[in-house]
Design a protein around this ligand. Structure first.
Ligand code: ADP
Ligand code: MG
Length: 677
């Protein structure tokens, strides 16, 4: 048996079990080995109740006095005593109405947080595992697998055990000198220790090895990207002091120190023959566009063309106005064009012609302007707003159609923590505008329990009555049986009949056609809609200063950086903004949520979430393109330093990837995931 073998060749896996596995995407032995235990029940760590300290605890024993009650709408409590034969402790589950019926008279091992709830020490929402009767697990560590598709953790365990009885060595995937130099477990052992550990140390070592491999692949991909970037030359854009000075003095304000520094970094990059590949990070309203406009003028003055790409037609229109205003005093304003799908065919064709003949030099539009059918006269700079990646494929397709590679400048309001940027986006140069130019109006953030929304809606109605507008943001588009989270459609329906029935509501979500979305946005901008019920589609760059209220439903399901970006939609005018974070259930708000109410620094929030929940949390699951680092702790500086060193020394591997088919495939995939949208 090897990793390619079908799972149904494993002893004990019949057609029924095999089909359950395949329903959750596991068909081969290798698939199952990559199904990482979510946690371990460490019976070695089990403690006597008598000596328990507050914090995470593991206890072995039996349940007694199981009771359940509904306290009020939205709050269900299950309580029980848990006894280890000597002492007992109170256990509580919130909103797990199925729990009571599942508890039987038998030995369990439970794991959870032991702490003060109200006046009382108890274990809250513990994980519960039934101890198998036939096996003495008193001194073992058993993996806990996520139970999906009707598969129980112990069933998965059994199959995994069977696999390790029969499997041949799992082939090594890292270069062997890397394994040796960094004293990593070989791959075979790593999998064994991951699934069948006999000590905590083995789990650690296994994760260490797998983390190393994950990061090695991501950083090799970044290295590859750097090489690709260097291989295609760009036209240098000479710095012209007069042009810069004229532009800056034409502005109605002085650039902030951050803007000056970022502008300087960009202008320096553009003077090179290596194409610029820079990302400006700065909160919405921090003044990125002004800096981009300066780069634009410099390129235009050097006789090159500039493409400015926005994620939506709406934002393209906003940019078109802004850039025209900013370039008003230059000789280039007459050559600025907007190019978006909704324009008349004839108009678009004329613009294509003008681009070809260099009568149009600065083109603002959506991604379509980078399509092959547009013949540029001499494209020198591409500016991409609100998209933190510019893909290999896009780069290659530009390269294929243009004699030289344009310089590329991306702008994003998503704060990407340094540690993540340096590893995952290793090939990017990053500029940060940390301080916004003028203090925006305040945003007051508060946490609201789902049981006390009446007061909140009353305050929102007050604001609406004063002529302001509101956003209601939901995690889902439509009702889902899988996830207990509020949907935009359901929320829209309910609110139109209840709390907000006297106001005009609009519904906006990603499943609408682009022109439908834009129409609704336009109605909101024109104040034809008072309240916009939406999914996170409003996250990017929308600017409606009159909107002062925001409710985020199921806020605990979002990443902090994402919440921060969402709430940046309010408080954009002169009026104070209010952001209400509505919890999924009525439990006490977590410290993670509380951070939102007392921190307004997007970078701090992103770092905080990165530590707590990993990179996925920063972008939310919406952006599937994000690399999923399962084992890497981006706070593990030693690991990052080791891998960086290994990658630097592995240039030969990158040259001869053909000898490493597994790595080659993974690196290719990482490139796609990280750099394509
Ligand atoms: P971003 O693109 O980062 O969201 P913008 O460049 O659109 O931000 O700037 C937001 C607003 O702040 C604009 O109205 C812009 O004119 C203004 N602004 C930009 N830089 C400054 C500055 N240095 N001083 C004062 N206002 C500025
Ligand atoms: Mg912007």
């Amino acid at each position: 048996m090897d990793i390619q073998s079908d799972l149904n060749t494993v002893k004990g896996v019949g057609p029924v079990l095999a089909s359950k596995f395949s329903q959750i995407g596991l068909t081969t032995v290798g698939d199952l080995l990559n199904y990482t235990p979510r946690d371990y029940n460490n019976y070695q760590n089990a403690v006597n109740i008598q000596f328990m300290q507050p914090g995470m605890v593991t206890v072995k024993g039996t349940f007694d006095n199981v009771k359940q009650r509904r306290v009020r709408r939205g709050l269900h409590i299950t309580e029980a005593d848990f006894s280890d034969g000597f002492s007992k402790v109170r256990v509580v589950w919130f909103n797990q109405p199925y729990r009571a019926a599942s508890i039987k008279k038998q030995q369990y091992i439970i794991k959870g947080n032991y702490g003060l709830q109200g006046q009382r020490l108890q274990i809250v929402n513990p994980l519960v595992t039934a101890l198998e009767q036939d096996k003495d697990q008193a001194n073992s560590i058993t993996p806990v697998y996520i139970e999906r598709g009707g598969l129980k953790s112990f069933q998965i365990s059994k199959v995994v055990n069977e696999i390790f009885k029969n499997i041949n060595d799992i082939p090594e995937t890292l270069p062997i000198n890397v394994v040796n130099n960094y004293k990593l477990l070989d791959r075979s052992t790593a999998y064994k220790y991951l699934h069948l550990p006999s000590s905590n140390k083995e789990i650690e070592q296994a994760k260490q090895r797998l983390a190393f491999e994950e990061l090695y692949i991501v950083m090799m991909a970044a290295q590859k990207m750097r090489q690709l970037n260097k291989s295609a030359p760009a036209k240098p854009i000479v710095f012209n002091q007069t042009v810069a000075q004229n532009f800056v003095t034409s502005l109605p304000f002085a650039l902030t120190p951050d803007q000056k520094q970022v502008a300087w970094q960009i202008l320096k990059d553009m003077q090179k023959t290596e194409p610029m590949n820079r990302l400006i990070e700065g909160d919405v309203g921090s003044g990125k566009t002004v800096v981009a406009a300066l780069a634009t003028v410099m390129a235009l003055d050097a006789g090159l063309q500039v493409a400015i790409v926005a994620p939506t037609e709406l934002l393209a229109r906003q940019h078109y106005q802004t850039i025209k205003n900013l370039l008003d005093h230059t000789g280039h304003v007459k050559n600025i064009r907007i190019l978006i799908g909704s324009l008349k065919q004839k108009h678009k064709k004329d613009t294509h012609q003008e681009i070809k003949t260099n009568n149009a030099t600065c083109i603002i539009g959506t991604h379509a302007i980078l399509q092959k059918n547009i013949k540029w006269n001499d494209l020198g700079l591409v500016i991409i707003d609100e998209q933190h990646r510019f893909g290999v494929q896009q780069r290659q397709s530009l390269h294929a159609t243009l004699p030289t590679m344009p310089h590329i400048l991306c702008m994003t309001a998503t704060p990407i923590p340094r540690s993540l940027a340096l590893t995952v986006y290793g090939e990017l140069s990053i500029s940060i505008i940390a301080k916004p130019p003028n203090q925006k109006a305040n945003i007051l953030t508060s946490i609201t329990s789902p049981n006390s929304t009446a007061q909140m809606y009353k305050e929102i109605r007050n604001q609406l009555n004063m002529g302001h507008q509101a956003y209601i943001v939901c995690p889902l588009i439509e009702e889902s049986t899988m996830l207990k989270a509020p949907s935009a459609q359901e929320t829209y329906k309910t609110l139109s009949q209840t709390e907000l029935k006297n106001y005009k509501l609009g519904l906006l979500h990603g499943k609408l056609k682009p022109d439908q979305k834009e129409e609704i946005m336009q109605q909101f901008i024109d104040k034809k809609i008072d309240v916009l019920v939406s999914t996170t589609v409003i996250e990017v760059g929308v600017d409606v200063p009159n909107a002062t209220e925001m409710v985020i439903l199921g806020a605990d399901r979002f990443g902090l950086a994402q919440l921060h970006q969402l709430r940046g939609r309010v408080g954009r005018g002169t009026q104070e903004g209010h952001c209400y974070l509505l919890m999924t259930d009525s439990q006490k708000p977590t410290p993670r949520m509380q951070v939102m109410t007392n921190t307004s620094d997007g970078f701090k929030l992103a770092e905080y979430d990165l530590k707590l929940r990993g990179p996925g949390a920063i972008y939310g699951t919406r952006q599937h393109g994000e690399i999923d680092l399962r084992y890497v702790q981006l706070t593990d500086h030693k690991l990052i330093a080791d891998v960086r060193l290994a990658v630097d020394k592995s240039s030969d591997v990158l040259e001869n990837l053909i000898q490493y088919p597994y790595l080659a495939q993974k690196i290719q995939r990482a490139l796609k995931l990280t750099y394509l949208n």
